[in-house]
Write a protein that binds this ligand. Structure first.
Ligand code: TXA
Ligand code: MG
Length: 339
């Protein structure tokens, strides 16, 4: 067990965080998407500590976080023109671009791949700490592998107390789901490997063609041989509760849940469903953006309340709803019913 320092985001605490990172320690930091478990991306031993603290499989690559475009050029090569246009439009922000890595980026960061995911986060605390360290920070989401991603410092502490050197409290994350991850195919074509707040429609305004990877749209467990992003093959975001995702309209949802065993049952529904709702429930917002912000904390709350069976109203698989759906279907272990 380590002693985990709880830090605020004042100047001197951020200096402490930067000093720990320079020494090769692991520090949890806020980003606009979810909290990240950060270490100096150029220090293999420090990065190994991230995998340890998370219990993460070694073949699941990490994203490096940068504070300016010069860093992208220093750590990646053969950068397509489209990457610059996307950076101009969406950085700093929740977009990760997979690019050919330079050899200075250690293999442990990328799980042996010759590409690396790069992101310039919008969160100013995170960008400030990166500049203070002067190096890119490798950072996966700061949850134990398999549990829901953390969107508050308290979530991080629940998973990481005693496992990391410090946690910087930057309040609640504004986006709530992880970044959109894309790779490049050909001259002006990109592929979405993980959906996020930045949608296919938005990306299509900047590049010619946007392919949504078939694993994202499918409702079945991805075939390992078809997985282009190693993270997609692992079970994810799973609370202790048995989660079932129920598609379609409210009256069919209610009819479906009525036929289920009642023990420790709870529903996760939209705000607008709550009036006269006949079962125990939690709400997770009225719009896909609000649902993105709240989804992970509601999954954690379900466990805190000891719920055994959680039936979730599914958002539509479009726009930001696609990102929420993608996290939920993994939380549900691909148990989806069309009511
Ligand atoms: O919003 C985010 O992206 C958060 C915050 C902390 O920045 N980070 C995050 O990291 O979600 P992580 O490690 O939990 O997810 C990274 C995802 C994984 O699914 C991984 O497989 C994929 O990105 N990925 C990373 N590098 C890749 C590469 N070179 N090729 C393909 N997929 C890659
Ligand atoms: Mg993660």
């Amino acid at each position: 067990m380590k002693e985990t320092n709880l830090l605020s985001c004042n100047e001197s605490d951020l200096e402490t965080a930067a000093m720990l990172l320079k020494k090769g320690e692991v520090v949890a930091l806020p980003t606009e998407t979810v909290y990240g478990l950060a270490a100096d991306a150029l220090n293999s031993e420090a990065v190994a500590e991230i995998f340890n603290a998370k219990g993460r499989p070694a073949d699941n690559p990490l994203i490096i976080h940068i504070s300016d475009l010069e860093m992208m050029k220093r750590y990646t090569e053969d950068i397509p023109n489209a990457a610059y246009r996307l950076a101009e439009k969406f950085w700093p922000g929740p977009l990760t671009m997979v690019l050919p890595k330079r050899s200075i980026v250690p293999d442990i960061v990328t799980g042996g791949l010759d590409t690396v995911g790069v992101r310039m986060p919008e969160n100013e605390i995170m960008r400030k700490v990166i500049s203070m360290v002067g190096r890119p920070l490798a950072a996966p989401s700061a949850n134990r592998s398999g549990s829901p991603s953390p969107t508050t410092a308290a979530h991080v502490a629940d998973d990481m107390n005693g496992r990391v050197s410090a946690i910087v409290d930057g309040g609640e994350c504004s986006v709530g789901v992880e970044s959109t991850v894309i790779s490049f195919e050909g001259y002006d074509t990109i592929r979405i490997l993980r959906p996020g707040l930045i949608t296919a429609e938005q990306l299509r305004k900047v590049v010619d063609e946007v392919i949504i990877d078939s694993n994202i749209l499918s409702d079945t467990v991805p075939e390992v041989k078809e997985v282009r992003s190693p993270g997609m093959k692992y079970k994810h975001y799973s609370p202790e509760a048995h989660v079932v995702l129920v598609r379609e309209n409210l009256s069919d949802f209610i009819r479906y849940v009525s036929a289920q065993p009642e023990e420790n049952l709870c529903c996760l529904i939209f705000d607008q469903d709550a009036e006269n709702f006949p079962f125990e429930y939690m709400t997770y917002g009225a719009t896909p953006e609000e649902q993105a912000r709240q989804i992970f904390s509601k999954l954690r709350e379900a466990d805190k309340r000891g719920i055994k069976n959680l039936y979730v109203r599914a958002p539509r698989k479009e726009g930001v709803g696609l990102a929420v759906y993608n996290r939920l279907i993994r939380a549900a272990g691909y148990e989806v019913v069309e009511s």
